[in-house]
Design a protein around this ligand. Structure first.
Ligand SMILES: [Zn+2]
Length: 289
């Protein structure tokens, strides 16, 4: 494709802003800045405050928490309706022990999934990477009835929920998504992973003022993901409930910082060719303050 003008880049990017695509598929051929809707910036800042406080509680217990550059402004979609206060924590395994954090962060272009694929990535040693604070491509289509029980804190403490068929609902915009490296075997999650996942689920419950865990799993949201993860969610929920007691006063997140500016850097890439035509893609490269 011929080189595009800045105006063409901006128009292309705006057209794709609702469903951004992974920005590192090919050669960067252009970049410019654009002011983003302050309401979207405010929603990202609000969520970043929630994540910052929850992960501070986790780190204070001695767990290793690392932050990917740009995590505070990162979402797999920049539609305002898709950047909401989380109502549940959905736990996954990656179906492999060596899944890279860059894959979870950047997405999967071959499956048409913009990144991140999860808000948090947990390595086998229990290290947690914080990747994004909004919509993430982790859940696909789901059984809303099961999701509603998880988000209401009424899922059972002694067993998994059994999902019905997928509907039109997806938990992608409403949940904190945790992907933990695990291949689905008998040691699907290591003891270090299980310990930090309990701490993360309990921390979000405290920060968001939930009286019971709003903890669930991918395998409880859809019949497409049996064994994702292997651990019994009844067991996990009861361990999270224990970690929440004695009941602390709910932690109030600090007010979101007021951004000094709302620049996004917009990029245009010559992407790899997946079909007959070489395609050009646009995306956000960074989140300025
Ligand atoms: Zn999953």
């Amino acid at each position: 494709m011929d080189e595009m003008t800045p105006e063409q880049i901006e128009a292309e990017t705006l057209a794709r802003l609702d469903n951004l695509e992974a920005p590192d598929w090919g050669e960067l051929v252009g970049v410019r800045s654009l002011a983003l809707d302050p309401k979207i910036v405010g929603a990202l800042a609000r969520n970043a405050g929630i994540y910052r406080e929850a992960m501070r509680l986790v780190a204070a217990q001695g767990f290793t928490v690392r932050y990917w550059d740009g995590w505070e402004g990162r979402s797999a979609s920049y539609s305002l309706a898709r950047i909401v206060v989380p109502a549940a924590v959905i736990n996954h395994h990656t179906a492999g022990n060596g899944t890279s954090t860059s894959y979870i962060r950047n997405g999967d272009p071959l499956r048409g999934l913009s990144g991140p694929l999860a808000n948090l990535h947990v390595l086998r040693d229990g290290t947690v990477w914080v990747l994004g604070v909004g919509y993430q491509n982790h859940a696909g289509s789901n059984d809303k009835a099961c999701y509603d029980r998880i988000a209401a804190g009424t899922a059972p403490l002694d067993r998994d929920l059994i999902p019905g068929p997928d509907g039109t609902f997806s938990a992608n915009r409403t949940a904190v998504a945790i992907e933990a490296n695990g291949d689905g075997g008998s040691d699907d999650w290591t003891p270090e992973q299980t310990a930090v996942i309990i701490a993360i689920n309990a921390a979000f419950a405290k920060v968001l003022g939930w009286a019971m865990p709003h903890t669930g799993a991918h395998k409880e949201l859809t019949r497409r993901k049996p064994g994702d993860p292997v651990m019994s969610m009844g067991t996990l929920r009861s361990l999270v409930a224990k970690a929440m007691t004695p009941a602390d006063v709910p932690v109030t997140p600090p007010p979101p910082p007021v951004p000094a500016s709302v620049d996004f850097r917009l990029g245009l890439w010559n992407a790899h060719s997946y079909g007959a035509a070489r395609t050009t893609r646009a995306g956000v490269t960074g989140f300025g303050r």
